[in-house]
Design a protein around this ligand. Structure first.
Ligand SMILES: [Zn+2]
Length: 1001
């Protein structure tokens, strides 16, 4: 990168002024600009933002685009707690790139930021801060504190987002606790109620013991834990032994003195308390294994495929056991009964303790007989429904057993009783084996404790219930029209960026259970259900809409203070059997995901934006969260997806790819980074990374972006400095009349505009970054700016040569600053302010439009020619470097270059370009092109003495001869020209410089 180095030396105060020989320095056209080399972003950015605020820039942008086609990026609400972190930085900056780019392509692109304000994380934090005081507080009191907390952090984050240079309607954000937003949620909910998609059910759900509430799929974190893995013998009931004898699994003579058992396996011993059945696979084989245990002879029924594993687990050696010759199908065991090992009497009001059949019994682990507790597992629950078993869950909200369990377990925490149960089983001869098993187990995202499956009464949105099409009404009812199928179909018409997002959400939709939307907490929107004293529920489309109207006016606190009569309104037409004075309000609140999942309605529809909106843009965990949980309510209430495109980004990891956390010490604090480097550096860093993968992030990596920033800034400064005296209306040179190399620069610019536009359109911001960065460092710094120096500084101020270069530089700067504006929001504005003449008469670069390719400039046709010229320039540079290494020359200007070739085509290109232009391209004082007449097969001795044969140059025979110039050095421009000493008045100047000086005087 020699040229780059040379360039930076120029930037030390633009160089030349110190070098030009005294006396002539003032005759040079030295660059001049108010745009400083040092960025000082940390000081400058707040001033720029203050200026924007004073101007009311965001309002002006919206006004300027009023009436234009809409492009809506609908903001996914971050959670209103804590300061922003690097994940927020990536998210908000990416969104801002899109919104600013779309605005600059002429769209009206509103951005309304939102905050998710309800829910457990805030409530937990508030309750934690309140400490003991919380116990004595009313629901309303806690809610008031939660609202203060959420409001505070929404404001804190709003300021932090704006410090990143993000534009949006920060004066009017959406907050999910605002009455109008809450009413919107209920309006969507009313539609789902109307379609029969909402129902209450006693069903096992993920339950957080730590937070005492139901959890949604999106609130689970999977972590490896070690669990006991136990093999347990369930004794076969007396009445069923006869059947086993009949089947041949047990011998008549051993029935009396042998313990006959069904052997089960489990990793959650505490759920054995709620065991109601043992499941077998209907068509798998089962056998009886005989062995001695604790001095007694035992026969255990196990799956034939699991025999080896069972024998190994039980530690039975060869000769110490025998296996029945007879095998039976699982369905032959169906209906046989057993005795629970430690629950004496069936605690439910339904049948229990029998063998049932289930398809999900596998041969992958366990014994082939599955312990079934319908109150504590989803599959168990389904089996329980089939066999009409109770959904028995003897566990209270706090995770402790209730009073229906045996005395020795009552009141004990289920997460702590495994050892006790295992000991009991061992002491009573039921435990066959105990091992440890490491497996992935769901944990609560807040309390970080393992969650349990627990049957409770909850409200669900049913994903497999067929319903009538929102568009066609009852007439549109057809089988298979349900949320799952609709969602699977809808995602095919959404553009997923990156494309794998579709597969990901598809897999999640295929397997997702019904959506449990109720939570047993205080800080949220109440589910609008009334119950009368007979236990009948009032929840209809009309009643929900009546509540929506009330809450829309008075907020959700009114649910807790106002009477049913006040909430529904005196005029509300109560159904048969309901009376205002006999209505109780339920106290469940909505899952926060349902709240944020209705934002397309509460925000987009209410703003009058067409839905589906153009884009949702969030982290890739939202396939499970916000994307999916916005899709389902939208499909249920309006029959279509809320978005046209969904873009996801990865998460920040440290330099080694590890998760970042404060405790690991690899955490990057977003506020500190902004305070240290300035927002534009962070924004440039976001643009430089491939956000579709996990993003490596450290202070050092962000710091390194400064280098790229400086190179871009210096390019902008060079361009600004050299067009200070250039008025495009008066001085611009038509493209056709431009110098060849200036045309080249114009062509490179068109290519850049085309590529950058493509990058922005495809959300490939790292492409945009690398294109602009390379343009600045290669095309500009390494070639063009170097080549222009002589012309810009030394030619006559208003000469065609200088104006030609200035025209190109002006156009390049004007386009570059606009292409950079969405990324370097502050710096681009600074440049725009420093430009004396602007292409668009607007006060901010953010009010301009993106540059478009100038169709009159055909950059593709000329490309082959330029490739040859630039490649030849590289060869010349290599030779000059060699000459310099030998100490023969100092600067390139000291050298003469002769290019000799037999190739007429190349000669034509070279002569067309011109010897002077090529000398300028190589920054030498002189080049000549010569036709080589000899047959060129092998380099002859004379040739190698006089020059270097260039091999592999497009298969073109060519020799480059470089030598030190014998001419004198011009003291003004430092070129070595024959004309130096020719003028009697200015003997130390070349012809060109003499002319310039004379014209000045
Ligand atoms: Zn000169």
């Amino acid at each position: 990168m020699r040229n780059l180095q040379a360039l930076f030396s120029i930037f030390e105060g633009f160089g030349m002024s110190d070098k030009a020989t005294k006396g002539y320095r003032d005759t040079l056209n030295l660059p001049k600009t108010s745009f400083s080399m040092k960025a000082n972003l940390v000081q400058r950015e707040p001033q720029i933002r203050k200026d924007w605020a004073q101007k009311g820039l965001y309002g002006k942008i919206r006004k300027a685009r009023s009436g234009a086609a809409l492009y809506v990026l609908h903001d996914g609400p971050p959670y209103a707690n804590g300061d922003i972190h690097m994940g927020h930085v990536i998210n908000k900056v990416l969104k801002d790139f899109v919104v600013k780019y779309k605005t600059m392509t002429g769209y009206d692109a509103p951005y309304v930021p939102g905050w998710d304000c309800h829910g457990l994380p805030i409530e937990s934090k508030v309750v934690e801060q309140l400490g003991e005081k919380a116990r004595g507080m009313s629901k309303r009191g806690i809610r008031a504190d939660c609202m203060k907390y959420a409001s505070k952090y929404a404001k804190v984050q709003s300021e932090q987002f704006q410090e990143l240079g993000v534009f949006g309607d920060f004066e009017n954000p959406y907050l999910t606790f605002e009455p109008v937003y809450e009413a919107g949620i209920l309006e969507v909910f009313a539609e789902l109620v109307d379609k029969g998609l909402v129902h209450k059910q006693l069903k096992p759900i993920h339950w957080s013991v730590g937070c005492e509430t139901a959890l949604a799929e999106a609130e689970l974190e999977y972590k490896d834990i070690s669990s006991p893995s136990i093999f347990v013998n369930f004794p076969v009931a007396e009445e069923s032994i006869g059947k086993l004898i009949e089947l041949g699994l047990v011998k008549q003579e051993e029935a009396e003195k042998t313990k006959v058992c069904f052997m089960i396996w489990t990793t959650t011993p505490w759920t054995l308390t709620a065991n109601l059945a043992v499941a077998v696979h209907p068509v798998l084989d089962y056998v009886a294994v005989r062995y001695n245990k604790d001095g007694r002879s035992v026969v255990s029924i196990v799956g034939a495929n699991r025999l080896g594993a069972v024998i190994a687990a039980a530690g039975l050696s060869e000769g110490n056991f025998s296996v029945s010759n007879v095998k039976v199908y699982g369905n032959q065991l169906e209906g046989l009964r057993y005795k629970h090992p430690f629950v004496e009497k069936n605690p439910t009001d339904k049948d229990a303790y029998m063998v049932v059949c289930a398809q999900y019994v596998t041969t992958e682990d366990g014994t082939g007989l599955v312990h079934t507790a319908p109150g504590h597992g989803v599959e168990d629950y389904i089996t329980g429904q089939q066999y009409e078993l109770a959904t028995y869950s003897p566990v209270k909200n706090d995770g402790c057993y209730d009073d229906t369990v045996p005395d020795w377990l009552r009141g004990k925490n289920v997460l702590k009783v495994d050892t006790e149960i295992n000991t009991y089983l061992r002491d009573h001869g039921f435990l066959v084996a105990e091992e440890k098993m490491i497996h992935s187990y769901p944990h609560c995202w807040r309390s970080k404790m393992p969650v349990i499956f627990r049957a409770t009464e909850q409200w669900f949105i049913r994903v497999d219930k067929d319903f009538a099409s929102p568009k066609l009404g009852q007439e549109g009812w057809r089988p298979g029209y349900n949320l799952r199928n609709l969602a699977l179909k809808a995602i095919k018409n959404v553009r997923w960026i990156p494309a794998w997002g579709q597969k990901r959400i598809e897999g999640m939709l295929e397997s997702r259970p019904d959506w449990c939307i109720s939570r047993q907490r205080s800080w949220g929107l109440p589910i609008p259900v009334f119950v009368n004293s007979r236990g009948e529920t009032l929840m209809t489309k009309e009643s929900v809409l009546a509540v929506a109207k009330h809450i829309g006016k008075k907020g959700s606190d009114s649910w807790f203070t106002d009477s049913a009569r006040e909430i529904l309104g005196e005029d509300f037409d109560l159904p048969e059997g309901f009376d205002f004075d006999d209505l109780k309000k339920e106290e469940n609140i909505f899952d926060v995901w349902f709240e944020s999942g209705c934002s397309w309605h509460s925000v987009a529809v209410k703003a009058g934006w067409p839905v589906p909106v153009d884009l949702y843009l969030e982290g890739s965990d939202q396939h499970r969260g916000w994307f999916q949980l916005s899709l389902l309510p939208a499909l249920g209430s309006m029959g279509k997806a809320p978005f046209k495109s969904v873009l996801t980004h990865g998460f920040t990891v440290d330099e080694k790819g590890m998760k970042q956390s404060k405790s690991l010490g690899n955490y990057v604090n977003a506020q500190e980074e902004v305070a240290k480097y300035g927002a534009d550096i962070l924004r440039l860093w976001v643009a430089s990374v491939n956000y579709q993968e996990d993003v490596r992030c450290s202070d050092e990596l962000i710091g390194r972006t400064q280098d790229a920033y400086r190179k871009i800034r210096n390019t902008l400064r060079y361009l600004l400095g050299n067009i200070d005296d250039f008025d495009p209306t008066a001085n611009a040179v038509a493209y056709e009349e431009m110098f060849d190399i200036d045309k080249w620069a114009m062509q490179q610019l068109q290519k850049l505009i085309a590529d950058v536009t493509k990058g922005y359109e495809n959300f490939a911001f790292h492409r945009v970054f690398s294109l602009i960065y390379n343009f600045c460092t290669v095309e500009m710094s390494s070639v063009y700016m170097d080549v222009l120096k002589d012309r810009m500084y030394c030619d006559e101020r208003s000469s065609l040569s200088r104006r030609s270069g200035q025209t190109a530089m002006y156009r390049i700067l004007d386009c570059l600053v606009r292409m950079l504006a969405p990324v370097l929001v502050h710096t681009a504005e600074e440049v725009w302010g420093a430009m004396k003449f602007k292409s668009q008469a607007v006060e901010s670069v953010h009010l301009t439009e993106m540059p478009k390719v100038d169709e009159a400039i055909d950059w593709q046709a000329d490309e082959p020619r330029w490739q040859k010229l630039m490649a030849l320039r590289d060869e010349v540079f290599r030779e000059l470097e060699e000459l310099r290494r030998k100490g023969e020359i100092g600067s390139n200007q000291q050298a003469l270059v002769r290019i000799r070739t037999t190739n007429d085509e190349l000669l034509q290109i070279l002569n067309g370009f011109g010897e002077r232009a090529f000398a300028a391209l190589c920054i030498t004082s002189s080049t000549t092109f010569e036709k080589l007449e000899v047959t060129f097969e092998k380099p002859t001795d004379t040739m190698s003495v006089n020059g270097k044969v260039i091999e592999d140059f497009y298969d073109i025979p060519m020799i480059i001869i470089t030598q030190k110039s014998s001419h004198q050095k011009c003291q003004r421009c430092w070129n070595y020209r024959p004309s130096v000493r020719a003028d009697s008045e200015h003997r130390d100047l070349c012809e060109r410089c003499v002319e310039v000086i004379k014209a000045k005087n």
